[in-house]
Each structure stands twice: as structure tokens, then as C-alpha cells.
Design a protein around this ligand. Sequence first.
Ligand SMILES: *Cc1c(COP(=O)(O)O)cnc(C)c1O
Length: 372
Amino acid sequence: MVPYVDLKAQYRSIKPEIDAAIATVFESGEFVLGSEVARFEEEFAAYCGVPYAVGVNSGTSALHLALLAAGIGPGDEVITVPFTFVATAAAIRYTGAKPVFVDIDPGTYNIDANQVERHITPRTKAILPVHLYGQPADMDAISAIARKHNLLVIEDAAQAHGAEYKGRRAGSLGDLGVFSFYPVKNLGAYGEGGMVVTANPEYTHKLRMLRDWGAERKYHHVMQGYNYRMEGLQGAVLRVKLRYLNQWTEARRARAALYTQLLADTGVITPRVLPEARHVYHVYSILLAERQSVMEHLRARGIQFAIHYPIPIHLMTAHADLGYHPGDFPVAEDIASRVLALPIYPEITEAQIENVSSAVREAVAVKRASVG
Ligand SMILES: *Cc1c(COP(=O)(O)O)cnc(C)c1O
């Protein structure tokens, strides 16, 4: 059996430190925000190479508040991709703004920068690229378009903790950067969590109020706000885990390199990485000519897998009212029908990677033999 993820293995490897960190919060009684969250914010901002970070209760809340802090609301349009987790588009809709989709690049599956400009209208306020699977989008091209049209850039870096573009960390590449600490993310809480990072002190001030009922100080509510505060326990856990993030990222990158090596010459398409990018492999997805038979073969061999993502957002029932149709984003639709994510996490062994790779190799070979 090869599980798709294994959160217990990671906990066992750092148990004494985690247990001590949790005890600190229980002893202090700082269950919501508090000093552990404040220190984690400082440490995570430094990790991203930005001056400010604001901790919240999920990546979705972080997206919502980043958009609100940027002043986005009803009547505005935000350019993003249909090939992402649903939260990216949902958060835009929470503000009353409209997500305007742009198709993805067939190599990286990130936003196709060449197609952005023709979707800009007088209502466009921001571009929201997603660093899908842990690889930064083509940020030079996106930033140039944003400057030319006076648009903000908000990065969905929920899958890209520690990823780099030309040596700069994800989250520091736009006006605001958003992270998720959902347990399976590269930096995962023991529960829900999220963060907005920025170099802008005004956004920071607004974000801090928005996450805590719009209060400037206790009971002085100066704007409509939310209960989006980060829990003290998550701050304490994430501080411990942040110290291991570089090591875990290196392990992910080594595991990915091994897959890529073992799957070479199988006809399977392995991840394409931009020369400017440092990919952190939240997901290791391969592209197959025909997915079904490979999934059946992996299942029979006890190997778990996932599909990120089987249905592009423009074809989801929940977002049908946006008025898109099949065929609107042919690359996203094609990739969605053929990608398959293989197990990858820092604790997966080389033997397990070899096992998964040979199962994929067999499945593809069988398919070829039966076709040929
Ligand atoms: C996980 C994720 C989110 C949402 O984060 P949550 O913490 O689950 O709310 C948003 N965007 C992307 C690309 C994600 O992968």
C-alpha cells in the first residue's frame, strides 16, 4: 500500500516538539491569536521575504481578505484561471466581484500570460495567478501587464510555500500573497489556517481589522469585518513546522526528481518546470494519453493517487451562472481530463517511489501493447 499522503509519519518525526508547543498554548490560555500567532507571523513574513504577514483561519479566508484589502468589490472583475481549487474563484465571488477566466499554459498548467490582456476590461481590478502544484506562474509577464494596465496582482500561493521565481519567494512577487495551511499543504496546520503576506502597511492594517470583526481596537468596529482569526494552537504548531520546511521541501524536490527520472522514456509527460522557477512539488502530476486504465492498474496495486482537478471551475454546477460553456478553455479542459497526481510527501521512501513508477510504467506499456 502506498498512501497518497501520510500526515501521521510527519507528526511522529517531530512529536516531542509539537507536543511541547501545544502544551505552551494550553498553559498560556492564548487560544485565539496571541503571542504564538504573532511570532509565527513574523517568522513566516521573514521566510517569504516580506515585512508583513497576517494570520487567518484558512487559505480561503486569506484570499477573501486579500481581495477586500485591495478594495475589490461588486462590479469589479478579477482575472484568474479555471484550472485551480474552487476556493480561488469562490473567494472572488464572496466580495461581489466577478472571476474572469483565462486559459492555462499547456506546459506548466499555470495562467497563460499571453492570453491575459485580451480579457482586461475597464472593470478589471486585479490579476490573481495561482502557483499551481507549487510552481510559480510566469510572474515577470504578469507583473508587466499589471503595471501597464494599472492592476493589482494577488498571488494564490496556497500550494507554493517556499517556491521561488528568479530567486524571490512566492508571496513576495505581487501586491499581496495568500497561503493555506490546510493539513496536507507543504506547511500544514493541525486544523485549518491561512496567511496573507504583503509589503504594504496599509493593507496590513486593514487585514488585521478585517479578520477580527473590523475592530481598530476592542469594541471599536470601524468596518464590516469577519471572525477569521488564526488559532493559537495552529500558530504554535506552524512555528515548529516552519523550522523543518526547507528540509521537507528539499525532500519533495528529490522525490520529484526521482519520479521524473524513473518515468523518462515511458511516454508519460512529467512536470515541466520554468528555468526561472523553483518548484516545491505540493503535487506531482503526470499527463497521460488515457487515464482510466492507469488508475485501474494503480488501484489494483494498492497505490493511491488523486486528480487535481477533474472539473475546471467554469464547468462546475456551482459556477454555471458565470455563463461559461464547454470549449471555452480548451487547454484547461484537456489537462483536467488527463492529469494524474502521484503520491509525494517528504516521508515517502525511494522504494515507494520506485514501486509507484514501475506500476505506472507497466500500465502504460500494457495499454500500448493492447493498442499496437
Ligand atoms: C488549498 C487551496 C486554497 C484554499 O485553502 P484552504 O486553507 O483550504 O481554505 C486556495 N487555493 C488553492 C490553489 C489551494 O490549493
